[in-house]
Design a protein around this ligand. Structure first.
Ligand code: N01
Length: 533
């Protein structure tokens, strides 16, 4: 560790989309540096380079809105961009706005310690950098800490193991290989069809079947692009008044108000609408009423049964024990039809869980499978994992990991009591992935910038929140979730995807507009819930 620390006003952690924008936004007025674990920028779109990785929101929306020239000049080749385009876009932004000199790549932050005598954070990185700063922007991502189930025997396996979040840059030769993929969430469902095409044999190990609808991806047509570019200002405003996604047509009728024929027609249109998540809003009550939700579930099951030739496989692929949307709805390119290929098979690891990896593959409680390659599409220690994997110490030696041991607390997902001057982007109890992450992230960075500007203008040195404010926000989050069916599944939204992880629902489902309104009201109302000194 360096003895003499470098001094900055602000340290940004993470050079993903929010971190890049934070650096650009704040660097103008403050001495700012960004630390990034990867050797490139792009965050999610740097790490998740597995075959088939693609965004599930149209790129005209899933992109930055802060710079008019950027959004006019950038061309998205497809409606739903694949990882290489998104990574290229992140690199373009880093170059265009000359951000690279202020980014330290391959240099993860290891610890953060707040000194309340000086109101400075002590930041130490894995390369031995030692920095003092007044503010931290934790743009660490809500889906960035991989979940690696700890099966015994991993070291014995003679083949190759890849986690989808750490996929190599170089193409992997899968010809003549027997591949096993574990996990059927958004990632597994995107990767599997391409792995099936490239490998000799693909075995899909499924614990919970997923609801998925076709992405409808296609090349961008000129008319669509022109239309967006001519109206970007207006459209970005509309996005802020929704979930950051304006291209969904929100249903106007309850499922109970429709005849079975009307229900079918609405759902059929939703299925081919080419707008992700249309199914979740096909009727006004899909996400609030289990019976209405079941109408949509049954429609999707009927599609699976229609697409998959083998009835037993089709049944195994049909989700039956949780509502659609309670786990993130998946968007696929040929996932269900892939099971009609001769080289693909499905294994139920809920009925017979995986017990260990062996020299030649893996074992479940009732069989052994010979594999050359194991792909772990097992998801993330979501929302809290990225920050709790850093040693974060607030006032009086309080550790963030301990504070969150029973589940995360926060005020607007923005601050945690006892950790002054530390601002989270997409932190726990924000809308996170239930709003469109780039737009919501930009908004949150602007919010943090407003707080910092006010602090400096009014000569404050420290801002914190209180446990009472955290409790009031927890109540709002819990009430919002209790009116919906979101809690009725084990998912990364509630941490139940990770064995032993505690805490309740970690996402604010009251909507991005209400989230903005309440967060802004607090600042306008003399920083209600915050304490400045
Ligand atoms: O992770 P997941 P993901 N034994 O947690 C299974 C975003 N995203 O990486 O459901 C056996 O959804 C687990 O089983 P179960 C998006 O927000 C977006 O796929 O817990 N299986 C599940 O099937 C998404 O929601 C895009 O029973 C085990 C899978 O692994 C989020 O990232 C693309 C297991 C994990 O699914 C996370 O998606 C990709 C075990 N021990 C991701 N442990 C797009 O934009 C876990 N599993 C399209």
């Amino acid at each position: 560790m360096a003895e003499n620390p470098e001094e900055f006003d602000i340290v940004v952690i993470g050079a993903g989309f929010s971190g890049l924008y934070a650096l650009h936004r704040l660097r103008k007025d403050y001495k700012t540096i960004c630390f990034e674990a990867g050797d490139g920028v792009g965050g999610t779109w740097y790490w998740n380079r597995y075959p088939g990785a693609r965004v599930d929101i149209q790129s005209v929306e899933y992109s930055y809105g802060f710079d008019e020239e950027l959004q006019q000049e950038w061309k998205w080749p497809e409606y739903f961009s694949a990882q290489p385009e998104l990574e290229e876009y992140a690199n373009h932004v880093a170059d265009r706005f000359e951000l690279r000199d202020n980014i330290r790549l391959s240099n993860a932050v290891e610890s953060l310690r707040f000194d309340k005598e000086t109101n400075r954070w002590h930041v130490q990185s894995e390369n031995g950098d030692y920095v003092l700063c007044k503010y931290i922007i934790a743009a660490t991502g809500s889906l960035s800490a991989p979940n690696m189930p700890d099966w015994p025997g991993r070291e014995k396996f003679r083949g190759e193991i890849y986690h989808t979040t750490q996929w190599p840059r170089e193409p992997i030769d899968l010809r003549n290989k027997r591949v096993g993929i574990i996990g059927t969430g958004s990632t597994g469902i995107q990767a599997a069809p391409l792995l099936a095409e490239k490998s000799k044999q693909l075995t899909v190990f499924q614990r919970t079947p997923a609801f998925s609808m076709p992405s409808g991806n296609r090349p961008t047509d000129e008319e669509h692009e022109r239309n967006w570019k001519e109206n970007y200002g207006e459209r970005r405003d509309k996005m802020l008044d929704t979930y950051g996604v304006s291209l969904i047509e929100y249903g106007t009728k309850s499922a109970h108000e429709c005849t079975p024929e009307e229900q079918h027609a609405i759902l059929e249109e939703g299925w081919t609408s080419k707008s992700a998540f249309q199914m979740m809003v096909a009727f006004t009550d899909v996400m609030t009423d289990r019976a209405a939700n079941e109408v949509v579930c049954e429609f999707v099951r009927s599609k699976i049964r229609e697409i998959v030739d083998d009835p037993a496989t089709a049944e195994l692929l049909c989700p039956t024990d949780y509502p659609i949307g309670a786990k993130r709805l998946c968007i696929d390119n040929g996932y269900f039809s892939m099971f009609n290929r001769d080289n693909v098979s499905l294994v139920d690891v809920k009925a017979a869980p995986i017990t260990e990896l062996t020299e030649t593959g893996l074992k479940t409680t009732d069989a052994s499978y010979d594999l050359d390659v194991i792909v772990m599409a097992t998801g993330f220690d979501a929302v809290t994992g990225a920050l709790t994997r850093i040693e974060v110490e607030g006032v009086d030696g309080l550790k963030l990991r301990d504070k969150w041991s029973e589940g995360p607390t926060s005020y607007f997902g923005f601050m945690v009591a006892g950790f002054p001057n530390l601002f989270m982007i997409h932190g726990p109890l924000t809308p996170a992935a239930l709003a469109q992450m780039i737009t919501a992230g930009e908004w949150q960075v602007d919010y943090a910038a407003r707080v910092i500007d006010d602090m400096e203008k009014d000569n404050y040195s420290c801002i914190d929140t209180t446990e009472e404010a955290e409790q009031s926000w927890a109540d709002e989050v819990n009430i919002a979730a209790s009116h919906t069916i979101f809690g009725q599944a084990n998912s990364w939204y509630n941490g139940k995807n990770i064995e032993g992880k505690k805490g309740g629902f970690m996402i604010y489902v009251g909507g991005f507009p209400r989230y903005r309104e309440l967060s802004e009201n607090a600042l306008n109302n003399n920083y209600k819930g915050f304490v400045r000194s």
